[in-house]
Design a protein around this ligand. Structure first.
Ligand code: ATP
Ligand code: MG
Length: 229
């Protein structure tokens, strides 16, 4: 009993420490990001080596921001205002953030959007996080072909579909139960929070996330957004 109590006390202190650490890291990180953006304003006068080095720093900062966001979404439900969001426009934003990482691996992210689809009411920041998680997973899947495809379209039953397909390692059928649970990862540097955070965000908005996959062929993750009349 006593041991359990000490352990749960420690856990709660650790949780608070992690939350304040995340809070403290955010602002120096945004200073680094601002300065990197400033440096790349002069990239026409720089050698390729310099540009590559700046891009690599930018990607690392993006990565840190992404991990921090997943941790804070996981740690607590952050109440945020909903916005009227164009999923096509928001996807473009996400693709831009993940572009450096994709390029470094020689991958192209191709978007095929249906135009004139309805906007959805959802928190923009949270949905951006969902898109980023899925795009990063696709990039990290060790793709055989150099294209990752993102589509948006309206289905006959009046739901809105967003999907991303890769030609990577695929997901074994017996991992189906595991991949959405917290801290499950098959990656050396993964935290295993990405899909868990996606699912809890989408659950909040009654949107469904699922996937189809074939080992060594590829994976297609899709989100079904309900459309309110
Ligand atoms: N597109 C994909 N192709 C193959 N496996 C995938 C794909 N997306 C997810 N997975 C599997 O699901 C696991 C969990 O994914 P999740 O995004 O939750 O965590 P992660 O990517 O390992 O780490 P993090 O997202 O925190 O960096 C991955 O480690 C991988 O095994
Ligand atoms: Mg991930």
């Amino acid at each position: 009993m006593e041991k359990d109590e000490i352990f749960s006390n420690r856990l709660s202190i650790l949780g608070k420490l992690a939350a304040s650490l995340i809070h403290e890291i955010r602002s120096p990180l945004s200073v680094i990001k601002m300065n990197l953006d400033y440096l790349s304003m002069n990239d026409s006068t720089m050698s390729d080596d310099y540009i590559e080095s700046i891009n690599s720093c930018k990607e690392s900062v993006n990565r840190m921001n992404y991990i921090i966001s997943n941790f804070s979404s996981f740690a607590k439900k952050i109440p945020k205002e909903d916005d009227l969001v164009s999923i096509n426009e928001l996807t473009q934003v996400a693709v831009k953030v993940a572009q450096i990482e994709a390029r470094m691996q020689g991958l192209q992210i191709v978007c095929d959007f249906q135009q004139n689809i309805p906007n959805i009411r959802i928190c923009k920041d949270k949905l951006l996080q969902v898109f980023l998680n899925l795009i990063y997973n696709a990039i990290e899947a060790k793709n055989k072909h150099k294209v990752i495809m993102i589509k948006s379209y309206l289905r006959d039953d009046n739901s809105l579909i967003w999907e991303i397909s890769d030609s990577g390692v695929g997901i074994e059928e017996n991992s189906r139960e595991k991949i959405f649970s917290e801290f499950y990862t098959s990656k050396e540097n993964g935290t295993g929070l990405g899909l868990n955070v996606c699912k809890s965000i989408l659950d909040e908005y009654n949107a469904v996330i699922d996937y189809e996959s074939e080992v060594n062929v590829g994976t297609r993750f899709f989100i079904i957004f309900p459309i309110k009349e």
